[in-house]
Design a protein around this ligand. Structure first.
Ligand code: CUA
Length: 310
C-alpha cells in the first residue's frame, strides 16, 4: 500500500483547484492591468481624439495565440494527472480493501467481501479504517444513483448493469456525510449516507459485530421476533439468525448499531423507530416500506426486538 504521499480524492482536487485558480488570478490581474494602462495611456485628452488604429500585427497575434494554448495545455496535463490519481482502476488497485456499495430506491446496501469468500452485509452507514485505500464497487439494484461524500470522494454514478469503481480514502477519523447525487425518484433526498472513519482496530471490531448473527432475543424482543417473522416485515428484511430473509429492504441484523433509520430520515431511537414502523409513509412518502398494520402490543414487541438488534 502506498505510503505518506496518499491523499484523499478531495485533497487532490482541492490542490488542483488552487493551482488552476492561481493561474487564473495571474491572467486576470495581467489583463486588468493592461486594460487600465490602455485606458490611461490612450485617453482622448492625452492623444487628442481616437488613437492610431493598427490592423495586423503578426508578433502580437502569435503571442496571444500561443500563450493561451500553453496555459490550456498546462491545465490539461495537471487535470489528467489528478484524474489519474483519483481514478480507481482495479488493476492499479492491488491491496485496497474492497467494498461493494449497491444503490436502492432509497437506501444503500453495503457488502464487505472477506478473504474467505463471505461478505459482511450492512446498510446506509459505511465504516472504513483510517488511512486505508478502499476500492468501492458502485452498483445499482434499480435506477441510476450517484455516490457523493463531498469531503472524501465522488461523485460517481451507480448504474444498473455496470460496476463502477471509486477510490475512497480518509486521512482523518471522524464522521463524514454523503448523499445520493443523482435524482432517482421521489425519495432521492432521503438517500443519505454516513461514513464513519475509525482506527483499524475499532473498524475490525465493528466488522466482526456486523458479521455476526443477531443475538438470540429474550422477553418482549422474543415475541417481537415472532411478530416480525410472521408479519410482512420478513418478506423484505433479513435478520440473520432468524427466519427473516427478505432481500428487498435493508438487512436489519444490526439495525440498533446504526445512528439513523430510513437512510437518514429519522434518528434511531425508541420513539422515532416506533413512529417509523407505525407509519413509514408519514416520514418517507413514496418509499417502498409499507404501513404494516400491527396491534399496539405487537408493534411494541417489534420495536423491542429491533432495538435489541445491536
Ligand atoms: Cu439515489 Cu438519488
Amino acid at each position: 500500500m502506498p505510503g505518506g504521499s496518499v491523499r484523499t480524492s478531495t485533497e487532490a482536487i482541492a490542490s488542483l483547484g488552487t493551482i488552476v485558480g492561481a493561474i487564473a488570478v495571474v491572467i486576470l490581474v495581467g489583463v486588468e492591468i493592461a486594460i487600465v494602462y490602455a485606458i490611461w495611456r490612450y485617453r482622448s485628452s492625452r492623444v487628442g481624439g481616437i488613437p492610431p488604429q493598427i490592423t495586423g500585427n503578426t508578433r502580437l497575434e502569435v503571442i496571444w495565440t500561443v500563450l493561451p494554448a500553453i496555459t490550456l495545455v498546462v491545465v490539461f496535463v495537471l487535470m489528467i494527472g489528478t484524474m489519474n490519481e483519483i481514478a480507481a482502476a482495479p488493476s492499479s488497485y492491488q491491496g485496497a480493501m474492497p467494498l461493494v456499495v449497491r444503490g436502492h430506491q432509497w437506501w444503500w446496501e453495503l457488502r464487505y467481501p472477506q478473504k474467505d469468500g463471505t461478505e459482511v452485509v450492512a446498510a446506509n452507514e459505511i465504516h472504513i479504517p483510517v488511512s486505508t485505500e478502499i476500492d468501492v464497487s458502485l452498483q445499482s439494484a434499480d435506477v441510476i444513483h450517484s455516490f457523493w461524500v463531498p469531503q472524501l470522494a465522488g461523485k460517481m454514478d451507480l448504474i444498473p448493469g455496470r460496476d463502477n469503481h471509486l477510490r475512497l480514502y480518509a486521512s482523518r477519523t471522524g464522521t463524514y456525510f454523503g448523499a445520493c447525487a443523482e435524482y432517482c425518484g421521489i425519495e432521492h433526498a432521503w438517500m443519505r449516507l454516513r461514513i464513519v472513519v475509525e482506527p483499524a482496530d475499532r473498524f475490525q471490531t465493528w466488522l466482526r459485530g456486523q458479521a455476526a448473527s443477531r443475538a438470540a432475543p429474550s422477553g418482549l424482543a422474543q415475541k417481537g421476533e415472532q411478530v416480525f417473522t410472521t408479519a410482512l416485515c420478513a418478506s423484505c428484511h433479513t435478520v440473520r439468525g432468524s427466519s427473516a430473509s427478505g432481500a428487498a429492504g435493508p438487512d436489519l441484523t444490526h439495525l440498533a448499531s446504526r445512528t439513523t433509520i430510513g437512510a437518514g430520515v429519522l434518528p434511531n431511537n425508541d420513539a422515532s423507530l416506533h413512529d417509523w414502523v407505525a407509519d413509514p409513509q408519514r416520514f418517507k412518502p413514496g418509499s417502498f416500506m409499507p404501513l404494516v398494520p400491527l396491534a399496539p402490543d405487537d408493534l411494541n414487541a417489534v420495536i423491542a426486538y429491533l432495538r435489541s438488534l445491536q
